[in-house]
Design a protein around this ligand. Structure first.
Ligand SMILES: Cc1cc2nc3c(=O)[nH]c(=O)nc-3n(C[C@H](O)[C@H](O)[C@H](O)COP(=O)(O)OP(=O)(O)OC[C@H]3O[C@@H](n4cnc5c(N)ncnc54)[C@H](O)[C@@H]3O)c2cc1C
Length: 324
């Protein structure tokens, strides 16, 4: 029982790239890809063999042609439980995607395993793994150890870079579909969230606005800046609660987790609940008229003043640079 099992979601477009981040983290923890098994979850996996072959570990397992009813949580839990019972891994890694975080807790219950949720990273202490996770709105970090023999770690995405390794091609093992897929719930429809441009969670640069913008109109300037920087636009909860932007734009504890290279904020005070979702940004640059705004504790570069006086010049400079 030494195996490390990593779950990933696979659809027609490929496997979820968060898997490569998990593999990078595991490499940092000293685990070679050849010692890991990846469990691929999704519909009709046999038809996706070429995708599975592109996963850079030595072993991939999946359940034979099974319709998971568009990632129905009940069915996924049964598939995942079945795989865990077959492999009996000592450690399970699940990326904290929306499907992954739901699966992790269901799987922990179904397999009676301890779980460490929302890990930023994992520490290895004499082969005992400790999950490090943000608490109290990201102001502190808790080190959490699960005490069961096997443990589940649900790890935030976008904290680690993606593993770049094409040297390993996996053996693929398809399990017979012996799972009772009756489910008390059925997914009738899935709709893709409409978003113009780059997805907030995937963006290398995020331009975000807060209540200090005073209304929805100034977001047009942020959209323009985002266009020039190839960035995504985000917002604080105050903005989304006010209806200036849809809640899909919200960054923070009750919004999205982002870890861009550059996080550029305008009129966001930097409340701890906001920082919980963006504190992992590599560089933060902020405009706020209050020199004591909390955001300046994290910002590498800060402009203190009214955005109405600062943004136009900034935008013009960007436009000039874009011309060159
Ligand atoms: C349980 C819980 C969960 C929460 N989850 C989230 C979350 O996920 N995400 C989130 O964002 N918040 C969350 N919040 C809310 C959070 O506490 C803050 O209320 C919110 O982040 C404030 O948003 P803001 O920074 O846009 O507004 P404010 O705090 O009002 O800040 C506005 C800033 O704009 C500046 N400003 C004003 N006018 C100008 C100007 N003309 N030029 C330049 N600067 C100007 C001000 O100085 C100020 O710093 C949560 C709260 C709770 C209790």
């Amino acid at each position: 029982m030494n195996e490390i099992l990593v779950f990933t979601e696979v659809n027609d477009d490929g496997f979820d790239k968060s898997l490569l981040e998990m593999l990078f983290m595991l490499k940092e923890l000293g685990h070679d890809n050849s010692t890991l098994t990846v469990a691929a979850l999704g519909d009709n996996m046999e038809s996706k063999e070429s995708i599975l072959k592109s996963i850079p570990v030595s072993k991939v397992v999946a359940t034979k042609n099974l319709d998971t009813n568009k990632f129905n949580p009940n069915i996924l839990k049964k598939v995942a439980t079945n795989i865990v019972e077959r492999l009996n891994p000592s450690k399970i890694i699940i990326p904290k995607t929306s499907i992954g975080q739901d699966l992790a807790t269901r799987l922990a219950y179904s397999c009676n395993m301890g779980i460490v949720n929302d890990c930023l990273y994992i520490e290895n202490n004499d082969d005992k793994w400790i999950g490090v996770r943000p608490v109290f709105g990201g102001n502190y970090f808790a080190k959490v150890k699960a005490t069961t023999d096997s443990q589940i770690f649900c790890v935030r995405t976008k904290v680690f870079e993606e593993l770049a390794d094409n040297s390993v091609t996996p053996d693929i093992e398809f399990y017979e579909n012996d799972i009772n897929i009756d489910s008390s719930t059925q997914i009738l429809e899935r709709t893709q969230e409409q978003s113009d441009g780059i997805k907030l969670e995937d963006a290398e640069i995020v331009v975000a606005g807060g209540r200090g913008l005073g209304g929805p109109e100034p977001f047009e300037t942020l959209d323009e800046i985002a266009g020039l920087l190839n960035a995504a636009v985000g917002a604080s909860r105050a903005v989304c609660d006010a209806g200036w932007k849809d809640h899909s734009y919200q960054i923070g504890l009750t919004g999205k987790d982002i870890s861009p290279n550059l996080y550029f904020t305008v009129g966001i005070s930097g409340a701890s609940q906001h920082m919980a979702g963006c504190g992992n940004s590599k560089h933060i640059v902020s405009i706020d008229k209050n020199i004591d705004a909390n955001i300046f504790k994290d910002a590498e570069i800060g402009a203190v003043g009214d955005w109405k006086n600062i943004l136009p010049g900034f935008l013009d400079t960007l436009k000039d640079l874009a011309k060159d």
